[in-house]
Design a protein around this ligand. Structure first.
Ligand code: PXL
Length: 275
């Protein structure tokens, strides 16, 4: 069985980060090892959340794993808390990385042109350094704009997306996948660029007129899970984009507020069956 180490916060209430990654990766038949970066009472779309930073646990936990000679087939980082933690991740990639370990970075830090409340520009720049150490990165347009010094736009054309992918590629990852790309009225999806082949891959599905918190985490967890099942990154991205869009549609039937989270539990059977 393939084994993924995922490093993100635990938001106790509100569906995101580890509370999505763990069940989704497990459902795909892949082992999920977790390294929590912080424990929050809720995700930061609520008011008055509490946060206990767990940075001081990273070294002793990983030192123990080292002493047990633990290996990972992939390391997947999501929402991290601080600039210092990003440095800790760079070290962790050195300690546990290697030819047989895929480094997958979701620089989760913002959406809709804004950084999440806990972050500033220095944090965004630091995330660009983490992306430089990855095999695959999956920023949305907001995150990519902050990391590449490009203007964030709501309306754009293919040239803007390709320019952004070019600059992401310059950061250093082998495959850059930009999410939330809409190049046609009524459509949304992803566009990826692979350095080795110089090829672009565009996948669009019908745009559902709703935005739910945690969809980026659902997308990323599905992509890395499917890659670990042996799929090419393009197939993994196609399945993840379709699955995320379908889950948003299903969530629309639920009266919960969009900032609370996406109902990924309801679509687990389809995820397991997806091809
Ligand atoms: O889904 C990204 C995410 C993860 N973790 C926390 C968050 C967010 C987005 O706001 O606040 C704590």
């Amino acid at each position: 069985m393939k084994r993924i180490l995922t490093i993100q916060d635990i938001s106790c209430l509100g569906k995101c980060s580890i509370t999505i990654a763990l069940p989704v990766i497990s459902a795909l038949g892949v082992e999920a090892v977790i390294l929590p970066t912080a424990v929050l009472s809720t995700h930061t779309m609520f008011d008055n959340w509490t946060c206990k930073d767990l940075s001081d646990q990273i070294e002793p936990i990983t030192a123990h794993w080292k002493s047990e000679d633990v290996k990972f087939d992939a390391i997947y980082t999501g929402y991290l808390g601080t600039i210092e933690q990003i440095d800790q991740m760079k070290q962790l990639f050195k300690d546990f990385g290697g030819e047989d370990t895929l480094i997958f970075v979701d620089p989760a830090m913002g959406d809709k042109g804004k950084l999440y409340p806990a972050f500033d520009m220095a944090y965004a720049k630091k995330n660009a350094e983490l992306c430089a150490c990855a095999d695959i990165i999956v920023p949305n347009i907001t995150e990519a704009a902050f990391m590449t010094d490009m203007e964030y736009r709501e309306e754009y054309d293919e040239a803007y997306v390709k320019e952004m992918l070019g600059r992401l590629n310059d950061l250093g990852a082998k495959v850059s996948i930009l999410t939330g790309v809409s190049l046609e009225e009524g459509k949304t999806g992803v566009m990826g660029y692979e350095r080795e082949t110089g090829e672009y891959y565009l996948y669009q599905n019908d745009k559902v007129d709703a935005a739910y918190h945690g969809t980026g985490d659902l997308f990323s967890s599905t992509v890395i899970g499917e890659i670990m099942k042996g799929l090419d990154w393009r197939d993994a991205v196609r399945i993840a984009a379709d699955h995320t869009a379908h889950t948003i549609e299903v969530t629309l039937e639920n009266p919960a507020e969009p900032w609370y989270g996406v109902d990924f539990e309801a679509t687990m059977p389809e995820l397991i069956a997806a091809k």
